[in-house]
Design a protein. Sequence first.
Length: 153
Amino acid sequence: MASADDRLAMSRLAFAGLDRVVIDDREMRRSGPSFTVDTLAELAEERPGVRLFFLIGSDNLPLLPTWHDHHRLLELATVVTWPRLGHPISATQLASLDLFEHEQEALLKDTLELPADDVAASSLRTRLRSGEAQPAELHRDVAEYIHRRGLYR
């Protein structure tokens, strides 16, 4: 795995030049455990009245109820689910999770209507370890950074 500093640097490279995108390092500056819900609460306090969105892959959606204070997280932000290949989203699946009915309905409603994505970070890391220099899914500057730093070998 890459260090937090490396992941921050790669995020900055991947989103460089995109207006209205801010790479925020507050979770790295926070002492002790850092929870998503705390970050969302801080953002909500800093920008009252601004609607917050939190993007999650459908492969991780079933894990959301294991996150710290997940009900509050769902109050603070609209959780939008990105479809991932092999991880369909269904009312039946959500009904088996520690979610209130209105939370289940919101999660079903706020799913991106896109073809399921089959790219996973774990598979990209495997491809990089096997010597693939420039996976098409990676921003060129990020791939160069990974190579220069010797990450994922």
